[in-house]
Design a binder for this molecule. Structure first.
Ligand code: TA6
Length: 299
């Protein structure tokens, strides 16, 4: 399902072979990008990027082989947009985890072939006030620019009359060769909240993985690096307006317990999320906006 039909989307936003819209599994609509520099796939539900693969490289973004493609359900993998709250709702137990933006139907509002060969696609999610879990009003925009690098910009505009407070994340899932050999650099000495025991701790050295890791790093650096000897590469994640970095790998038991993840899939994935979460929440005054930005580059 989409607000616009696939023929209407193609008539208004397709860019020769570089950008086309297609119907896909679960009745969902997908944008396919193939511009010579890279390929990418975005589901209009959630404006969720599901794949990004620079030409000649292995896939960078991880998407579960067991992912569910259904209306109103979250897709396991890619880059879900968590907004206007991250994790559990601050007060309501009946609210969906990670907000409603990742399962909402976004509108395509712009597409562009840039002169350097990259492809840009912009999505919009109007969020009028008075929804059950979101009394305030806001306008959300996501811009994806796809080339040898991938840029993601999430802009929250407060078009209501009162300040709004949000938490948010570009909940990015990455492909890694073997999580047991992978490290995350750039978070050395950062304070973090350990979501597994609620503890407040300090990182010493690189982050490595030998069990489940679910951490919110605060005042994290503007550059994080996934160092992946298994695939002989590094993924550089640059970010602005991101006070938190979430690092998550579910490890064996949780991976096996999740219906939308294959049992041993944890070995080949890792989440490093550009975010403002927990006490790094963001207040935006009426008429103001906030832009969370991240850029991925392979080295
Ligand atoms: O970002 C890490 C996290 O918040 C974990 O606690 C884990 O539960 C994960 O997100 C996935 O959440 P989901 O609602 O997509 O199952």
């Amino acid at each position: 399902m989409s607000i616009m039909s696939v023929p209407a989307l193609n008539a208004q936003f397709a860019l020769d072979n570089a950008l086309q819209f297609h119907n896909g599994p679960g009745g969902l609509v997908f944008a396919h990008i193939d511009n010579g520099l890279a390929t990418a796939r975005v589901c209009l539900q959630g404006a969720q990027l599901l794949d990004w693969q620079p030409t000649g490289e292995k896939p960078v973004i991880w998407c579960s082989n067991a992912a569910r493609y259904e209306t109103d359900a979250a897709i396991r993998g890619g880059v879900p947009v968590c907004w206007p709250w991250f994790g559990a709702h601050p007060h309501r137990r009946d609210a969906p985890a990670h907000g409603f933006a990742r399962t909402a139907l976004w509108r395509v509002i712009h597409s562009e072939a840039l002169t350097d060969g990259r492809t840009r696609i912009d999505f919009e999610l109007p969020c009028p006030g008075n929804t059950p879990f979101w009394p305030e009003g806001a306008q959300l925009q996501l811009s994806l620019t796809v080339g040898r690098t991938l840029e993601m910009a999430l802009v929250t505009e407060n078009n209501s009359a009162l300040p709004i407070t949000i938490t948010q994340a570009l909940h990015s899932y990455f492909v890694v060769g073997d999580i047991r050999q992978t490290q995350v650099l750039g978070l050395e000495n950062c304070e973090y909240t350990d979501k597994l025991d609620g503890g407040h701790k300090q990182q010493s050295g690189a982050v490595f993985f030998d069990r489940e890791i679910d951490r919110i790093y605060h005042s994290s650096d503007t550059l994080c690096v996934i160092d992946d000897p298994g695939l002989h590469r590094q993924i550089h994640i640059r970010a602005t307006n991101s006070a938190s970095t979430v690092v998550w790998n579910p490890w064996q038991e949780k991976s096996a317990a999740m219906a939308d993840m294959e049992d041993d899939a944890y070995l080949g994935m890792l989440c490093v999320e550009t975010a403002n979460v927990a006490h790094d929440e963001v207040t935006i005054n009426a008429g103001q906006s906030r832009r969370l930005w991240s850029e991925l580059t392979l080295r």
